[in-house]
Design a protein around this ligand. Structure first.
Ligand code: SAT
Ligand code: MN
Length: 588
């Protein structure tokens, strides 16, 4: 449908006060931000401390993705699969029609054309988001290539339409609230066959910035399945060894499990260098040479703030030194930001405003920043932004890492025997839940490929697609696949591995393995490092970090047999064979 017709149709449905077609200019950003400052939604930060930056806080119930309200409305229920919520598309459209009818009354309807991926990449795709949230406009400007340039590339036949409303129409004379949302009535809906997105009731992150999870993962994964490529929840890093040789790795971890930290890592190993291509999403296609190439569809980082510090991630701290939007962190007296893990507060520290916008009481036992508080910042501000990040062809991937948060059982690192075994490793990922999604924290759940909340079709078909991708190239050209776990704990609950910059020691072994160097020992679960470079690091129990507890792994197998049953006849035989082979090796 032509863009203009679609805009008119949505305006007629939602009845906004006015329509604003975004051009993506800095002037537009500044004007919208100034208006939000006037209305008290944004607080400008101290220009001497953090120039051109803003603080805001959300409604206390609108702080994370809402998975139970997220739907894949394919024609057939089986095509959404057992891991997605599903409703019949016609039924869902009736619900949406009622919800969206007049939902933008009294508000401006913004039309945001945006490009996912470098502007001139053949792999980039255009979306248009309609929203009644100025917060969304500012964030989309940072997170995507937004405005005129994207509009120029827009082809009426193929843009991905997304409609978003906070779900709070204003009656004449009614005063707005700082963070309008509708927590009792939230719907994040995808129509994969129509390639359309509808989102209602939330203004937060992945629920509202439709280019990110809704388009670049849920809709893009369905396109990738049809067209023979991969849309994945993965960071992309460049890694250079002391001899100046460079490789690229992609890594999938669930939300809030350290993707941004790994993507911007400062190696503790001398002579090694990391550069960042992306911290959340990778679109990967085979090149003519048979290698897998990745682009980052995003243009910014929507990263977790708590825990980020000059110790854990100095590059992130430098990235967010200016021109950043902070959501749900604490505010200091001199109008800068603060969060748990940034630096120690002393008894004499000046008082803070908590993420709720109220004076913070340290004795409350509650955090000053919400655990899923975020920064939104342009990727270009990252001091180690890789110069190849804008390469329209993408970067060649030598290794793929899967991982999650596991206090036990899963060793620090191991290598798959081959592509199919690697796909099995991706499918077998379980991780403890985090604050990135509404609901209980710290509960172990299956999160295959870190895609549980983001796969737009039947996860069984997704596993089969991954196996199929391995048949498109030869084993020496395919990336090698690894499983990592930075999060093992000892009996006292202390982490066994320091993580962060010291993860470079694991990356070094992977780098060398992809060069057919680096020694490994076969184990029933995969190939373990014979040793790691622990130079300069004391008190590491490497034997324990790399140990394989056969009984725990047999339990893991039982658990996986049960999980795989969920997928019925959509589970590819190849995965069941891998699971049986694992059990066989463990029982030997
Ligand atoms: O989906 S968000 O963009 O809000 C963050 C995440 O869960 O990765
Ligand atoms: Mn993510």
């Amino acid at each position: 449908m032509p863009l203009k017709t679609w805009i008119d149709e949505i305006a007629a449905l939602c009845c906004p006060k006015r329509v604003h077609l975004c051009d993506g200019s800095q002037e537009e950003f500044d004007a919208i931000a100034a208006e939000m400052v006037r209305s008290g939604v944004l607080v400008p930060l101290n220009p001497h401390k953090r120039p051109h930056s803003f603080w805001c806080h959300s409604h206390p119930d609108d702080v994370a993705r809402v998975e139970e309200n997220t739907f894949i409305c394919s024609q057939k229920k089986e095509d959404a699969g057992p891991t997605n919520n599903w409703k019949d598309p016609l039924e869902m459209k009736q619900i949406l029609k009622k919800l969206f009818h007049g939902c933008m009354k009294g508000r401006t309807m913004y039309v945001i054309p945006y490009c996912m991926g470098p502007l001139h990449s053949p792999f980039s795709r255009i979306g248009v988001e309609i929203t009644d949230s100025p917060y969304v406009v500012l964030n989309m400007k940072i997170m995507t290539r937004m405005g005129k340039t994207a509009l120029e590339r827009l082809d009426a036949a193929s843009f991905i339409p997304g409609v978003h409303s906070v779900g709070v129409p204003l009656q004449p004379g009614q005063k707005d609230v700082p963070w309008p949302c509708n927590p009792m009535n939230r719907w994040i809906v995808h129509f994969p066959e129509e390639r359309a997105i509808w989102s209602y009731g939330s203004g937060y992150g992945g629920n509202a910035l439709l280019g990110k999870k809704c388009f670049a993962l849920r809709i893009a994964s369905t396109l990738a399945h049809k067209e023979g490529w991969l849309a994945e929840h993965m960071l992309i890093v460049g890694i250079t060894n002391p001899a100046g040789e460079k490789k690229y790795f992609a890594a999938a971890f669930p939300s809030a499990c350290g993707k941004t930290n790994l993507a911007m890592l400062t190696p503790t190993l001398p002579g090694w260098k990391i550069e960042c291509v992306g911290d959340d999403i990778a679109w990967m296609h085979f090149g003519a040479d048979g290698r897998l190439y990745a682009i980052n569809p995003e243009a910014g980082y929507f990263g977790v703030a708590p825990g980020t510090s000059f110790k854990t991630n100095p590059n992130a701290m430098r990235t967010i030194a200016h021109d950043t939007i902070f959501t749900n962190v604490a505010l200091t007296e001199d109008k800068d930001v603060w969060w748990e893990g940034m630096e120690i507060l002393s008894a004499s520290s000046p008082p803070l405003t908590s993420w709720l916008g109220t004076p913070y009481d340290p004795a409350s036992g509650k955090p000053a920043a919400y655990p899923n508080a975020r920064f939104t910042v342009s990727a270009k501000q990252c001091p180690i932004y890789d110069k190849e990040a804008e390469n329209p062809q993408g970067v060649p991937i030598s290794a793929i890492l899967f991982g999650g948060r596991r206090a036990s059982t899963v060793p620090l690192v191991f290598e798959s025997f081959n592509w199919n075994h690697g796909v099995f490793l991706g499918a077998s990922v379980s991780s403890e839940t985090t604050a990135a999604s509404k609901g209980e924290m710290g509960r172990l759940r299956h999160d295959p490929f870190a895609m549980l909340p983001f796969c737009g079709y039947n996860m069984g078909d997704y596993f089969a697609h991954w196996l199929e991708m391995g048949r498109k190239s030869s084993s020496e050209k395919l990336p090698r696949i690894y499983y990592v776990n930075w999060f093992q704990k000892d009996n006292a609950g202390q982490f066994l591995w320091p993580g962060f910059g010291d993860n470079s020691r694991v990356l070094k072994w992977i780098f060398e393995r992809t060069d057919h160097k680096g020694e490994a020992i076969d184990s029933p679960i995969g190939r373990l490092p014979k040793t790691l470079d622990l130079h300069g690091l004391q008190g590491i129990n490497l034997d324990r970090l790399l140990s394989v507890d056969r009984n725990a792994w047999l339990g893991e197998c039982d658990e996986l047999f049960g999980y795989f049953k969920l997928f019925g006849d959509r589970l590819p035989q190849g995965l069941m064979e891998e699971l049986k082979a694992l059990r066989g090796r463990l029982e030997q």
